[in-house]
Design a protein around this ligand. Structure first.
Ligand SMILES: [Zn+2]
Length: 229
């Protein structure tokens, strides 16, 4: 009887320690992600997805890593399922290519840092104001920034770099830039291919950034999902 109690005691202590160790592994962003309903690691649903979160490196317009140890693409389960469909469409028509994600869920805390950098500058129009009605759809895990990659994982040429703040990144100017010789036919064709696979899966493109796609409209997003703090 005594021995059984000891065993039970060890079991309880072990359980407490493992819970503590697990909780200890989660930093601010990771803890907020696991507390947000519906958030999943997109790579689990889309194993062929390539991920290179630009905000988890210094290669971004802020010039520093603002994601810390968040290096995976987290999205709402609905958005991840749509991304799996987009990957399947791409596989059917261009099996040698893959999707390469640059940004997925973006916590509001990071949105605030970005807003601080661009507020009052000409970059302001490219970053959602965290104090606006919706904020950024990225804050809910319903938006994804991505490109197409070749078999070596190298991004294809879509005319500009990710987060290029200028006209050449804006789909609404594509045709006039093509006519003016400022974008080439292969660059525009690559954009059309990306837009085709994403819209076939139900994503909505925007007119100001070729890399950005929403899983739902702003009002649907606010209604269905919660922001990651
Ligand atoms: Zn975006």
């Amino acid at each position: 009887m005594k021995r059984w109690k000891w065993t039970r005691g060890f079991f309880v202590v072990g359980l407490l320690l493992s819970t503590w160790a697990w909780a200890g592994q989660k930093t601010g962003i990771e803890a907020n992600l696991s507390a947000t309903p519906g958030m999943v690691d997109a790579s689990v649903k889309v194993p062929e997805l390539k991920v290179e979160l630009k905000y988890s490196t210094a290669d971004n317009f802020i010039g520093k890593d603002v994601y810390g140890d968040m290096e995976r693409c987290y999205l709402q389960a609905d958005a991840a399922a749509m991304l799996a469909k987009a990957a399947a469409v791409l596989k059917r028509i261009r099996p040698e290519l893959s999707l390469l994600a640059y940004d997925c869920v973006r916590p509001v805390s990071v949105q605030r840092q970005m807003w601080k950098v661009v507020k009052g500058t000409k970059m302001q129009g490219y970053v959602a104001n965290p104090n606006s009605k919706t904020g950024s759809i990225h804050n809910y895990g319903c938006a994804v920034d991505l490109t197409l990659a070749d078999p070596q994982g190298k991004p294809l040429d879509l005319g500009t770099a990710f987060d290029f703040f200028g006209k050449a990144a804006q789909p609404r100017h594509e045709l006039s830039l093509l006519r003016a010789g400022k974008l080439t036919e292969p660059q525009v064709a690559n954009r059309l291919l990306l837009r085709y696979v994403m819209t076939e899966a139900g994503f909505q493109p925007i007119s100001s950034e070729w890399w950005h796609f929403n899983c739902a409209s702003p009002s649907q997003t606010r209604r269905k999902y919660k922001k990651v703090p």
